[in-house]
Ligand binder design. Structure first.
Ligand code: PMP
Length: 364
């Protein structure tokens, strides 16, 4: 399985599974109320407190990561303001921008000069400016030059939001994500995360100042007008966060990245470049658990993915509109518990399929 974002393998961890089971027994299958109505259990409060302690900030929970993006952007900005996003930003952020009524401008992927051009444009136009980037890009598997981005935002008085959906649990000494890795928490107003990848559940959160979090509790419609997360989801997220914070979490994160690096090496031995390593601002390249391989045109990409699937290797295939048209990506999400034998087999199957893919591309 290389199509699930279960990077730390926590979805099957006994403590996570039994926490979900116990919460269902104690609190029932669902809260059947929104957070501001009847949907706040002791568990929801406990998870917010755990996250607050982890980030050293105030926290608010949302029912899904998608709602976190949409609710936060719409709850903070509107007509007359501008959101500046990376060209590879996730659909949930794009949808939040659309619904907010703010103008949206895009800068070239991970390009700080291009960001600065957009920030200058907004400064000339006036209005509040929010910049949104990801801590680890879900398709490409690379990370942004976050310190330079944060410094540019500070210079232009723009607020910065970092979506750590794929980087939480993996980066930083405390594993809160890329903001921690680059030690730029004081330059990032809005830290967002989801439980739907390394943290083995559903739901999302915002970490920031008390003022920011309190504003969202009364202004984010996706928070107010939607049922709170079901107890099983909150309990599994809480158990996963506690493991992620522990020495066990540190070992799992290191294992996931080491496994991904090993797979990249095995693929490279077969002449295949697997993305997901970014030259770092601090010198040492930063590796993530996503190994992406360019496949190009959609129909040929689907045929290659099918061939790999038929050999019992389940990979991800990213097609338009998740990626630009004609730029399909084979996406391998590596887990902490993948064994060496499994990775050998993946490299052999993917290697053979890619060889045929390239031969058929040349003959067309
Ligand atoms: N942000 C990013 C970067 C994502 O990849 C995703 C999920 N694919 C989301 C937000 C939405 O999260 P969720 O699946 O928890 O709704």
């Amino acid at each position: 399985m290389l199509a699930s974002n279960n990077y730390l393998s926590l979805a099957n961890h006994p403590q996570v599974v039994s926490a979900a089971r116990a919460a269902t027994t104690r609190f029932g299958a669902a809260t059947l109320g929104s957070r501001l109505y009847s949907g706040t259990t002791d568990l929801h409060v406990e998870l917010e407190r755990e996250l607050a302690d982890w980030h050293g900030a105030a926290e608010v929970l949302f029912t899904t990561g998608y709602q976190t993006s949409v609710g936060t952007i719409c709850g903070l900005i509107g007509a007359g303001d501008t959101v500046v996003v990376d060209s590879a930003i996730h659909a949930s952020i794009q949808d939040g921008c659309r619904l907010s009524g703010a103008a949206t401008r895009t800068f070239q992927h991970n390009d700080v000069d291009s960001l600065r051009e957009q920030l200058q444009h907004v400064a000339d136009r006036g209005g509040a400016c929010l910049v949104v980037v990801e801590g680890l890009y879900s398709m490409e598997g690379d990370v942004p030059p976050l310190r330079s981005i944060a410094e540019a935002c500070r210079e232009y008085e723009a607020s910065l939001m970092v979506d750590e959906a794929h980087s939480i649990g993996l980066f930083g000494a405390d594993r809160t994500g890329l903001v921690s890795h680059y030690d730029v928490a004081d330059l990032v107003e809005i830290r967002m995360g989801t439980f739907s990848k390394a943290l083995a559940s559903t739901g999302g959160f915002i970490a920031g100042s008390t003022e920011l979090v309190d504003t969202l509790r009364v202004n984010a419609r996706a928070f107010i007008f939607s049922m709170s997360a079901v107890p099983a989801a909150v309990a599994s997220a809480l158990a996963a966060v506690r493991i992620a914070r522990s020495d066990e979490g540190a070992a799992l994160a290191a294992r996931a990245v080491a496994n991904a690096d090993h797979l990249r090496q095995l693929l490279s031995d077969r002449g295949i470049t697997g993305g997901g390593v970014t030259p770092s601002e601090s010198g040492t390249p930063l590796s993530g658990p996503i190994v992406s391989i360019e496949l190009g045109e959609e129909l040929a990409a689907v045929a290659t993915w099918n061939r790999i699937f038929d050999a019992d290797v389940f990979t991800g295939l990213s097609l338009f509109p998740a990626v630009p048209q004609g730029k399909a990506l084979l996406r391998l999400s590596v887990m902490a518990t993948h064994t060496e034998d499994q990775l050998d087999r993946v490299a052999a199957v993917v290697g053979a399929a890619l060889q045929d893919h390239r031969t058929s591309e040349k003959s067309h």
